[in-house]
Design a protein around this ligand. Structure first.
Ligand SMILES: *Cc1c(COP(=O)(O)O)cnc(C)c1O
Length: 379
């Protein structure tokens, strides 16, 4: 028996025939695999996927089918999820803070690369992880602009500490590497240029030839403007060539958001409209929109009637509330909705695959979407 899901032609064919009452995440394996190929073809190194952005088994399986063989995992649960669908997958454990029992699971499951940003965490790894053939990447952080959300506050060592760590990694017999994450939803190549330059300085100052440089995730997804990923790939390649010369390390990237965002479209439904025009949807910040508060909303939205007729015409900014009884459950900015929007209409948000189902809660009984597989996400 096949356990392949039924595949609908497109979003509207399902919407028309099913009239879903709850929220639906439409998933296109073809879009996901095309994005994977865009990274594999364009990026001059190993493309890994940051599992946390969307750990759904169908996502992992389709990435593997597209040729992604290595994954950035942050916890034992993510490692096990990967091993369940791909026993041979290469695992990079790039959550730089770990308990000893988590490290033990990583060793048992054959993690081949770790990142580190402090001496105490490095000491744990030296004690618990066999050095031979294992990579440790020192995680650098710099005050760099370009991303909407900076990870540097929580993780990463400044250049001086990174240099000391790199020396220690090499002295302990691990494969020395450097890694950074420019911050998520970053569309500006200069963030990578700046980081790569400092990585070359650090390797030079430490007197360590790094085998690999991991340029992180952070690649922007389409939020009203399609990101120019190839411009970032080119900037990475030319900067590495210019700054490292003959000591050029192999490259790794670990996109989460940009890999998976476009493969999903979320269908929500209008529950109610207030007299003042405020719109209540059946999903909100405790569901698929949990990152809207810090990263902003996906603004590529379309409205359809219950019979799947597209509402075109004038739009006006409307306050959008989610379905829970918490007054916090409101999208951060008013969104442009058609003036003719009514109760029962569907509001479809494109590019919703990243940090949506992965972070959704079931607060107040909302937040869980049905997954529907479609060939095509065009609306
Ligand atoms: C979250 C994370 C990523 C993915 O970041 P995106 O902005 O989704 O591309 C990559 N690497 C590490 C270490 C992460 O923590």
């Amino acid at each position: 028996m096949s356990n392949q899901p039924f595949i609908w032609t497109n979003v509207l064919s399902h919407l028309k025939s099913d009239h879903p009452l709850g929220t639906v995440m439409y998933f296109s394996p073809a879009v996901l695999q095309a994005t994977a190929h865009r990274f594999i073809d364009g990026f001059d190194g190993l493309v890994t996927y940051a599992v946390k952005a969307n750990p759904a088994p169908v996502v992992l399986e389709n990435l593997i089918a597209a040729g992604i063989s290595a994954f950035d995992v942050a916890s034992p649960a993510e490692m096990r999820a990967l091993r369940a669908v791909a026993p041979q997958a290469v695992l990079h454990y790039n959550n730089p803070v770990r308990s000893p029992d988590e490290i033990a699971v990583a060793v048992e499951l054959g993690v081949s690369s770790y990142s580190v940003d402090s001496m105490r965490e490095l000491e744990k790894l030296i004690k618990l992880v066999p050095a031979r053939g294992t990579e440790i990447a020192v995680r650098l952080c710099l005050p760099v602009d370009g991303a909407v959300y900076d990870f540097g506050e929580k993780f990463g060592a400044g250049p001086e500490r990174a240099t000391a760590l790199l020396k220690e990694v090499a002295a302990a017999g691990f494969e020395p590497a450097i890694t950074f994450h420019p911050g998520t939803q970053c569309a500006d190549p200069s963030a990578w240029v700046q980081y790569i330059g400092t990585c070359a300085d650090i390797a030079g100052a430490a007197g360590v030839r790094i085998a690999r440089l991991n340029v992180g995730g952070g690649f922007a997804s389409n939020r009203g403007e399609a990101p120019d990923l190839e411009a970032i790939f080119n900037a990475i390649r030319t900067t590495v060539e210019a700054r490292f010369g003959v000591d050029r390390p192999a490259l790794v990237c670990e996109p989460g958001r940009a890999m998976v965002a476009e493969a999903f479209t979320l269908a929500t439904r209008v529950k109610a409209i207030r007299e003042n025009g405020d719109v209540f949807l059946n999903d909100g910040i405790y569901g698929a929109f949990s990152e809207a508060l810090w990263v902003g909303c996906v603004d590529r939205l379309h409205v359809y009637t219950e019979d799947s007729v597209k509402i075109v015409g004038d739009r006006e900014p409307r306050v959008i509330y989610g379905p829970t009884c918490d007054s916090m459950d409101r999208l951060p900015d008013p969104m442009p909705l058609p003036v003719d929007i009514e109760e029962g209409h569907y509001v479809l948000f494109e590019g919703m695959g990243a940090y949506s189902t992965a972070t959704a809660t079931t607060f107040n009984g909302y937040g869980q979407s049905e997954f529907v597989t479609v060939q095509d996400l065009a609306l």
